[in-house]
Write a protein that binds this ligand. Structure first.
Ligand SMILES: NC(=O)c1ccc[n+]([C@@H]2O[C@H](COP(=O)([O-])OP(=O)(O)OC[C@H]3O[C@@H](n4cnc5c(N)ncnc54)[C@H](O)[C@@H]3O)[C@@H](O)[C@H]2O)c1
Length: 387
């Protein structure tokens, strides 16, 4: 395999370049584009052999085969569409975009230009999730009927309330920005997509903190600390904070499965707790990292019972339990050769749709809102593997 790779947006997430830069295998990051001084100077220091530019046209015209789009969410379309039009295979970070218009424009650009599009939903490669899914597909709990996910985000204040994420003009909201992962996982575990959602939410804690400042030029790693506790003691929040720090949504899926997703950004601990209940049992994870556990109950019990069976969550090399390594390896193979992928552009769009409508429900009257349909030609093209 021989590939020349570009990276657009050299911030926190651009660390993925490490998995994509394998000169001994003929795969090389040759060009980086970032609109900020900080992004360009970090790129020049990290990848001295690469061309570094502020001009997307320079990157697109440099002869690359594939590009990693790691710009903020509202800047995915502006990069992904011209790259697809230029015939460059695209890896686009999650969430796919912040509006359905943007998602559908990206899907159309891939379809019309017959250029490969890959969505970076790394949780589909995370052992905690793949092992839950295996128990389901092995038939260990019968037919899935309901999925409940509770998401405790202890790092919420540092991760999402001190930079662009906190401003809904950039992220829309955290149900989309953070929840897109879990909405995709819920759809994947259930084997269906949401047809209607409702939600409630609030800016319950961080909105009251008046210590604000513009952190342009800083990086999250520079202000992150476990000592930033309790959440009400945080300082230096983004000047605009208008996204919810607690959200609770319900989903009705096209195969009859009912699901719920709860997200809180001021918990002491940081993990996701899924339970999936089927016609013949229930599974639940306790912790979501290597060495943590998944319980399976498939007999009837009196009161609380220890699981009938326990699975240990596997480890992996690299970020997110090894998911990032596996995901980028899958993208590189897909960019070079095509073929099936575990992540899906259609599923990524459906996760965005569920999150956007739930956010509308929160900011409206909490009513149940239908998910807008997607062009069947696009569904067909992507579900046929973009061939
Ligand atoms: N899958 C995951 O686990 C995961 C984790 C973190 C972030 N992300 C995603 O990665 C993306 C980037 O997040 P981040 O935390 O790295 O953000 P960041 O703010 O740390 O970095 C973004 C970089 O993009 C640059 N940029 C902004 N607009 C640009 C444009 N139009 N062209 C070129 N450069 C531009 C900025 O100058 C900055 O250097 C987001 O979509 C986020 O949701 C995914």
């Amino acid at each position: 395999m021989s590939l020349k790779i570009g990276v657009v947006g050299f911030g926190q997430r651009a660390g993925l370049w490490r998995h994509a830069h394998r000169p001994d295998d003929g795969i090389e990051v040759t060009v980086v584009c970032d609109t900020s001084e900080r992004g360009r100077s970090d790129a020049a220091a990290t990848l001295p052999e690469a061309t570094v530019t502020a001009d997307l046209e320079v990157l697109l015209g440099s002869g690359i085969d594939a590009v990693l789009v790691t710009t903020p969410d509202h800047q995915h379309r502006a990069v992904a569409v011209p790259a697809l039009e230029a015939g460059i295979a695209v890896f686009c970070e999650k969430p796919m975009a912040t509006t359905l218009d943007d998602c559908d424009a990206i899907l159309r650009a891939g379809h019309e230009n017959k250029t490969r599009l890959y969505l970076g939903h790394n949780m589909r490669h995370m052992p905690a999730i793949t092992q839950l899914r295996e128990l389901i597909t092995d038939g260990r709990i019968g037919e899935v009927k309901t999925i409940w996910c509770r998401h405790f985000v202890s790092h919420g204040g540092d991760y999402y309330f001190k930079d662009w994420h906190a401003d809904r003009r950039n992220s829309t909201g955290l149900l989309l920005q953070k929840g897109a992962h879990d909405l995709d996982v819920i759809h994947w575990l259930a084997g269906g997509y949401s047809t209607a959602v409702s939600a409630m939410g609030a800016l319950a804690v961080y909105g009251d903190i008046t210590d604000r400042r513009d952190r342009t030029g800083e990086r999250m790693g520079e202000w992150f600390s476990l000592d930033n506790w309790p959440p009400t003691s945080l300082t230096g929040l983004n000047p605009v904070v208008d996204v919810e720090d607690i959200s609770m949504m319900q989903l009705r899926l096209d195969n009859g499965v009912l699901a719920s997703y709860q997200q809180c950004h001021f918990t002491p601990d940081y993990w996701r707790n899924y339970t999936v209940i089927g016609t013949e049992g229930r599974i639940e994870n306790f912790g979501d990292g290597p060495g943590d556990k998944i319980g399976l109950w498939n007999r009837r019990h009196m009161g609380y019972a220890e699981p009938d069976e326990t699975t240990i969550i596997a480890g992996g090399i690299g970020g997110h339990g090894g998911a990032d390594t596996l995901m980028i390896a899958e993208f590189l193979r897909f960019a070079a050769e095509g073929g099936p992928t575990r992540t899906s552009p259609i599923a990524a769009r459906q996760a965005v749709a569920a999150a956007l409508l739930a956010t509308d429900s929160i900011r409206g009257d909490n009513s149940c809102l239908p998910i807008p349909a997607l062009d069947p030609d696009l569904i067909q093209y992507y579900e046929d593997g973009q061939a």
